[in-house]
Design a protein. Structure first.
Length: 912
């Protein structure tokens, strides 16, 4: 390259000095500084030889760096100048693998044929600079590329990596903002997430981080990670309600059920101070999902109290039943719950709680006062209370023995009091099975079913293990439904059981039954769907999907039902319950369900039910190719899996009628009926398909197949009828004509045979044509209709003019009708056939015809002359000619004929 070829900004310009003396000194010092170098698009210099050698030796430059000095024609690498490399070590002379590529890329940047090439060159130069550990050069190149195309991801990623490595956070922040302006939609959302992470982290700008994450969510929709980051930022910066709303959004999109529950708990915590009622509403599903987690139940109870919600009392009962006595919150819960029970007028329950509290906290003043006040009343209950109060002072072990003794003493006369004492035993030792059994027997004997329910509820609160708890729930539900005649109570118990053990099929069946009885269909569907949202995937959830699907089907919400059955199959491929559900939809004529269940039944090799489904599909399809395809699938099932070829043949026959144009259906039908004793099905199908066919080609193909079938079956008349259909489409079909000929030739129906022979004659050639003409003539002889016979004889002579008998018969018919012109036409071809004598005879007949009925004497003269040419003169021909010339008033010709006649008379031997 020459100096002039360089861009103007890289050319060396003379630099002025401060006076001629300083300039002279500088020139003296730099007398040998004549070399210029080209690095990263910049022209540097001048340099001396030693300076260049030093830079190469130190690794600043490579021997492939382009240099130039006055006197050289173009720029060239250092390695090509011996004066520059003379003292360099061998290692320095090693080639730079990227040098040539870099020079080429620099050229492309300056003179690229298009913008894409220049952009790619800039990006590659940046990457080469990074590889050479020149980050500033790389930054410059990437910035050039990004300025040219702000939406190009390659330079953006290059700059991002450099700034992160250099910890240049402000530059990275500006880069992200520039990138955000150049993108839109989801891509911009991802950039704003990066802005948020940068602002929240190294830049310490939570306000900017919050703003960035909010924009990211607005652009790209709710995603777990940006929601989590925004939640933390809002909560840490005193935006509690906003953080709570974000937590609720996170609860909807978090990946795992545990993460969704944690998000709900966090939302409840953030709402608690200002909106406790809403916080309690948010916590309820968490408690339902994890009923044994006392932390969540305690939080829910406190929220209900703060919201002044009446449900706090029931939740307090549940909480006390589950909260261990050694839990630090137990005294607080017991005290507050006892106070609320007292306020609600539930004195006995309140007293029981006060007693429990006094047992755990002996110096609790309010509990002691409540117990003392209850014991002061003068009634049996008060006396019993006093006895129990006295026993409370005993050591727990002694107290337990005393309570057992007291309970047994009371069982005979005061069963209700005995039941109360047994309750005290259970309060002291909850797992005392003997006390439970005694108490249950007393309650059962007294038909106190409500108390039995309460006992079972208490036992339920103490019981762990899904199996045993489920049994207790069932007992409670049975008591409500059968003994207390309160199905609503049974419904509530089963709902609680379902929230704990949603996968039990028997429980699901009980819920279904009660739901139908109570008209809770929609509520049950909602419950199932809410449960599905809380639990992980797996076979139990698949069963729940099936249950929802069945209920939705009952509600005639078939599309939603189908979606749930699909979800069940996705979780548990081949689920029998899902398949049964789909079959239920099929029974309701749901084609989508039928199409979905068919391959499942095939995989399960459930051929009979698949047969029913395919019949449904075939019956529901509109007529035409689609229905034909469904019928073929049904037939294949009958043949291949069910061993019913006769039924398969019937379905294939229907398919052929639906889609006559599909030749494969006929081939399949033919293969199936080949194994059947009779072919009536095939015959009937072909007849109907031929009638249904619209395209002539289909009619031709099907009618030909029908004719061949009937021929194979020996049904001549039937085959003939089919062949006539073929001829209706293709009048010259050789196979049909030949078959009809063969069939008709066996009978005496000459009238039907003649047109067939005529059609065959038109296409025949050679010996075949002559043979057909002969047969046609013979058939014509048998015709009783003169006109038809004439027509046949004409066709026969067209096929073989040498048929003298046919010609003679035709002439006889025409003569009888005095059709002399036709007689002339029939005779004329004979003048060119046979021996001279035969030809002369034909001319003689024509001459007589022309001289007589046709009255064409001139033509008669020509014919007699032809006779003379063929067989010589005779008195007969000469006499005829004389008479004709006389009629034509041709005396000269007449005289000539007369002279010839006289001469002939004088030479009789010659005349002979």
């Amino acid at each position: 390259m020459t100096d002039e070829s360089l861009p103007a900004e890289t050319r060396v310009r003379p630099v002025g000095t401060a006076g001629w003396r300083s300039a002279a000194a500088a020139l003296s010092r730099r007398a040998g500084a004549v070399w210029q170098a080209l690095l990263n698009g910049r022209r540097l210099g001048p340099f001396t030889v030693d300076e260049i050698r030093e830079r190469v030796a130190q690794g600043e430059w490579s021997v492939d760096t382009p240099v130039w000095r006055p006197g050289l024609a173009e720029w060239a690498p250092i390695r090509q100048h011996a004066e520059l490399t003379a003292t360099l070590p061998p290692a320095a002379l090693a080639p730079d693998p990227n040098a040539a590529r870099r020079v080429e890329l620099e050229r492309l940047v300056r003179r690229a044929p298009d913008a894409d090439t220049r952009q790619a060159a800039l990006v590659e130069l940046g990457r080469l600079a990074l590889a050479d550990d020149e980050p500033e050069v790389a930054i410059a190149r990437f910035r050039q590329a990004l300025a040219a195309r702000p939406d190009d991801e390659a330079p953006f990623l290059g700059l991002e990596g450099i700034y992160q490595a250099q910890r240049a956070w402000n530059a990275l922040f500006d880069l992200y903002r520039q990138r955000a302006r150049a993108t839109s939609g989801a891509a911009r959302a991802r950039v704003m997430e990066r802005v948020g992470a940068l602002a929240a982290g190294p830049l310490r700008r939570p306000d900017k981080a919050i703003e960035a994450y909010q924009k990211a969510l607005a652009l790209g929709g709710d995603r777990p990670e940006p929601l989590r980051q925004l939640l933390g930022l809002l909560a840490d910066n005193e935006h509690g309600l906003e953080a709570a709303e974000i937590a609720l959004r996170l609860a909807k999109v978090a990946e795992a059920p545990e993460a969704r529950l944690r998000a709900r708990v966090r939302a409840a915590e953030l709402f608690a101070a200002q909106q406790p009622a809403r916080a309690a509403q948010i916590m309820r599903p968490v408690v339902d999902a994890q009923p044994d987690d006392v932390r969540h139940r305690l939080a829910l109870w406190r929220l209900l109290l703060a919201a002044q919600d009446a449900k706090a009392d029931d939740e307090g009962d549940r909480l006390l039943a589950r909260l261990p006595r050694d839990h630090k919150a137990w005294p607080e819960v017991a005290e507050r719950h006892a106070q609320r029970l007292t306020e609600a007028g539930r004195a006995a329950e309140a007293l029981a709680v006060w007693r429990q509290l006094l047992t755990e906290v002996p110096d609790h003043v309010e509990a002691a006062a409540a117990v003392q006040a209850a014991g002061a009343q003068d009634d049996p209950a008060a006396r019993l209370g006093a006895e129990l109060e006295a026993l409370a002072a005993l050591h727990p072990a002694d107290r337990l023995v005393a309570l057992r003794t007291l309970a047994r003493e009371l069982e005979a006369d005061r069963p209700a009091a005995a039941a109360q004492v047994w309750r005290e035993v259970l309060a002291l030792r909850p797992a005392d099975h003997q006390a439970e059994a005694q108490l249950e027997a007393l309650l059962k004997a007294s038909a106190d079913h409500e108390a039995r329910v309460s006992l079972l509820v208490e036992r339920l609160d103490r019981t762990r293990g899904d199996g045993r708890r489920l049994e207790l729930y069932r007992e409670i539900a049975t008591l409500f439904e059968r003994q207390l005649e309160a199905p609503e109570g049974a419904w509530t118990a089963l709902l609680d059981a379902f929230r704990e053990t949603y996968a039990d099929d028997v429980l699901g069946a009980d819920l279904d039954r009660l739901g139908r009885r109570l008209g809770r269909t929609a509520e049950l569907v909602t419950l199932y769907e809410e449960t599905l949202a809380l639990f992980e995937a797996g076979a139990p959830v698949a069963g729940l999907h099936c249950r929802v699907g069945r209920w939705l089907a009952r509600l005639e919400r078939r599309a939603e039902a189908l979606a749930h059955f699909e979800a069940a199959l996705a979780l548990e491929p081949g689920s029998a319950a899902a398949v049964d559900g789909l079959l239920g939809l099929v029974a309701e004529r749901d084609l989508a369900a039928a199409r979905r269940v068919a391959p499942l039944l095939a995989d399960a090799e459930d051929w009979e039910r698949l047969h029913a489904v395919r019949r449904r599909l075939a019956g529901a399809e509109a007529s035409g190719p689609a229905r034909a395809q469904a019928l073929v699938a049904l037939a294949d099932l009958c043949v291949e899996r069910l061993g019913r070829p006769d039924e398969a043949a019937a379905w294939l026959g229907e398919a052929l009628v639906e889609h006559p144009a599909d030749a494969r259906i006929f081939d399949r039908l033919r293969a199936v009926v080949a194994h059947l004793p009779v072919d009536e099905v095939l015959d009937d199908a072909l007849v109907r398909a031929t009638e249904a066919a619209e395209a002539p080609a289909d009619t031709l193909r099907l009618s030909r197949a029908l004719a061949r079938l009937r021929t194979e079956q020996g049904d001549g008349p039937g085959a003939a009828g089919a062949w006539r259909i073929v001829l209706g489409v293709a009048p010259q079909d050789p196979e049909a004509l030949e078959a009809l000929d063969a069939h008709l030739a066996q009978g005496a129906d000459a009238e039907a045979l003649v047109p067939i022979l005529e059609q065959r004659l038109e296409a025949a050639r050679g010996d075949a044509r002559r043979a057909l003409a002969q047969r046609l003539a013979e058939s014509a002889e048998r015709l009783g209709d003169g006109q038809a016979r004439q027509q046949a004889l004409w066709h026969a002579l067209d096929g073989d003019p040498t048929l003298a008998g046919a010609r003679r018969a035709l002439i006889g018919l025409l003569t009888a009708e005095a059709d002399w012109a036709a007689v002339h036409a029939a005779l004329e071809p004979a003048t060119g056939l046979g021996t001279p004598e035969e030809r002369a005879a034909a001319h003689s007949e024509l001459a007589a015809l022309c001289a007589g009925p046709l009255d064409r004497p001139s033509e008669a003269v020509d014919h007699w002359r032809a006779v003379q040419d063929l067989v010589g003169e005779s008195s007969g021909t000469l006499s005829a000619l004389r008479g004709l010339h006389q009629r034509l008033d041709a005396p000269a010709a007449e005289a000539t004929a007369l002279a010839r006649l006289a001469a002939l008379a004088e030479a009789p031997s010659q005349a002979a």
